[in-house]
Design a binder for this molecule. Sequence first.
Ligand code: GLC
Length: 642
Amino acid sequence: MADDRVTAASGSVLREHLAGQLGSDPDAPDVLARWDRWGPDLLAGLAEVYPQPGVGERVVELIAAGNAARSPRLRDRDRDRILSPDWFQRPDAIGYAAYADRFADTLNGVSERVGYLRDLGVTYLHLMPLLAPRPGDNDGGYAVMDYGRVRPDLGTMDDLADLATTLHDAGISLTLDLVLNHVATEHAWASAARAGDPKYRDYFLVYPDRREPDAYEASLPEVFPNFAPGNFTWNDDLRGWVWTTFNEWQWDLNWANPDVLCEFIGIILELANRGVDCLRLDAIAFVWKRLGTDCQNQPEVHAITQVLRAAARIAAPSVVFKAEAIVAPRQLVAYLGRGTHAGRVSDLAYHNSLMVQIWSALAAQDARLMAVALSRVPDIPTTTAWGTYLRCHDDIGWAIDDQDCAEIGWNGWAHRSFLSDFYTGSHPASFAQGAAFQQNAVTGDRRVSGTAASLVGLGRAANAEQRQTAIDRLMLAYAMVFGFGGIPLLYMGDELALRNDDDYHLVAEHADDNRWMHRPRMPWDLAEQRHSPDTEVGRTFAGIARLIAVRRSLESLHAAVPTRVHATSNPAVVLFVRRHPSGDLVQAYNVSDSQVSIPAWEIEIHGTGPRIEALSQREMVPVDGRYVLPPYAAWWLTALGH
Ligand code: GLC
């Protein structure tokens, strides 16, 4: 109670301060109304992590400055989005992720390719890191040296703003990465720290000797055990060990320091004012460290996100956040808000578990584990959504739970090792062509690199029939991604069945990191074939385009409604059931290469009446009381009339 009174009192002082800062801005009443709505979230988050005096005032000043610099056009966008807060949850929300240079050379190049995205039905574009990274190896741009500048070969901040406008006019929202766990060693903050400035030394986590690092290491996992073993790096200039979770040239930031918080509020609002609609909070799980833990998913992470989210909501309310937290399902849901953080942190989060389970089911030709694992994922707040995906720029880590495996009589370790063997092509039954990424000698973990097309078998297919089977597998996998609910994220090139780039190592900075094998350049000449149904590219493109078109027509795919996953009496068949007032949707998937059948009642129990399969527009009729599913069947069943 006492705390609430303190918060309320400081809230009204800060409100006055905000009003003073906004001055005669015509939108001041709107901003103050938003303060009244979201200010308490901001204050609660600050109270949890930054009790130091004066932080609230600084944040208010940043909000006022950010809002003052917001263009009339973006203020209109704010008003629109306040009226349609579910834009990213709707069935017509279709995502696409690409590296700007690999897709179209430059930001202006991307503007010129907007027609391609529109034709495909894309409404949300994630451009991979494009703010100035360190020269040389920079982890695909995730080692930023200047947040105020675009990578010079891609263009300028003004080009970024122009691109955002072009995208907005085409009905496409723009997502950019916000790398907030670390900066490049070349960033001005790191240089100032090395030069001996104590203010900036305190932006990082630096220890004079091995005592604390060793204590932390006792419970810390390794993210890149092969190319960056350990989590700390000695620096001569600092005369200390600096925290480096990822590569030695990515220095973790000290988020306990309110200066770091304020810097990032400034960065967020600057990007928002360039027209960025969604910020992907890179490696957000790692930002808070606590001795004796794995230093991921700490409660402070959510309080910090709540502060950042509230600040953005007040100054630039059209902006949403997407959490990149590749963590266990139980922890993942907290990024979309549990308990007091519900609806107050990220709006979107990657459904890593769905992705892993799709690959697992395809390899095992068995979907029972998927049903167990996905049923365990708690429901998310109805105002949020999953980002569903099959591939991204990262490797696939086998986030398979031992207990889930035990439930169906499998051994977790053995299954993970089977998946690594399978997708690196060394298992005798494998159809895949991938490579092992970051083999961990201690845990035995092997993650996997490779494009979706290569992993589903297009590279190894020896004849037309095998190629078609591989495409069917890809379509089944993407049907799950598009049918689960949440914004489906198509990874650049998957719509053209693009294979691994086997020459990735010819670029010196990429040679050590085989994730580049699945970050190919867009082959625009090949893309020309996309409308030729007799080609592999054409069939794949048509399949994806169909998923998009049908998805848009089904209101039941709105993300506010959860998907229930059910096993069936056939291990290869799994059901995704979505109950919605506009009509229920029952999806049936056969993850095997054989024709299988299940008793009709197993589907009918989820709703009665004849069923139209929405993707093929055919009526599905049981034969002798059973539904017969061809190999890799992906059915989206709606009741007749819907
Ligand atoms: C995220 C990115 C990954 C990067 C890491 C460090 O996980 O997706 O590519 O290596 O963060 O920034």
